[in-house]
Write a protein of this length. Sequence first.
Length: 323
Amino acid sequence: MEAEHDRGALGGHCEARIDPVRLEKTTIYRKPFAFIDKSGKPIVIMPLRESRHEELLEMYLAYKRRDQFSGLPPIREEERVQWVEGMIGNGVNLIAFCFDLGVIGHTALFPMDHETCELVIALDERHRNVGIGTQLTRELLKLAHELEFERMWLNVDITNRIAQHVYTKNGFRCVARDDRDGIEMAADLSYLSRLEDVAVHEVMDAPVISINENATCRDALNLIVNERVGALPVLDGIGRMVGILSEADLLGAGCLDLLSKNVSTKQVVFTRGESRLSDLVRLFQARRLRCIPVIDEHGRPIGMVGRREILARYVRNSDTAHP
């Protein structure tokens, strides 16, 4: 397990208080975030509820503390129990849950004032380096933004290069060094506002290159090569999407004379034009997709959004923010 935080704000007192009604309306509280980690295990990031308190405590009690700059968690069991109970009582807590293993990760935010909150994150050391810490950090950043914090702060051991890398790629920047071999890092949450202000229809690629379900895989291959697309929505006779045909599907097809409907993927992940780009990014992260079709209320595809379109929007936003 790895725990990164400062001893100042955790369990401390702050005039800022989080409205429980607003908290229950945040994205992660309404819809837990599920993904497959790099080891192939399904993981769910969800709010910590009372029924999981004992599992979280067991995770921390099983941890054999190394010599860490923060001196946390405490060595003595009774002090460690009080410390965990303090985090539960004073913070907004999320857990990483595996159906086979229970609670294997924890992150929380603590208000420092009305604009800034502090991050704490801990992972069972048997499940490090598989992407769980990255996803916990992302979900906590989004949660903090939805709670209207402007900045998130943390303190990380100067020798912990892996944690520093995770934080840096999620928007944290070094702001100072303390006198305990720690690095203070902070993240500006305003970039999340720029994503929420963008609707999917503003970035999607349209019109859609698609194929009829009765066309052959050979026809689909010619479209993919000539149109330089990675996937084709497969349509029925009235234009509704009934599947998607990707390069990977064609590679697995035993014969290019097969019909598209017999090879395409039927369970299609899709989005709507009025959805927010921030939600779409979350979907890409959860499913590791390359592109997602955009459909209308009748199930007809009206556009496609890939990673490239989202990254292009990032570039335009960055150019606007830094003329």
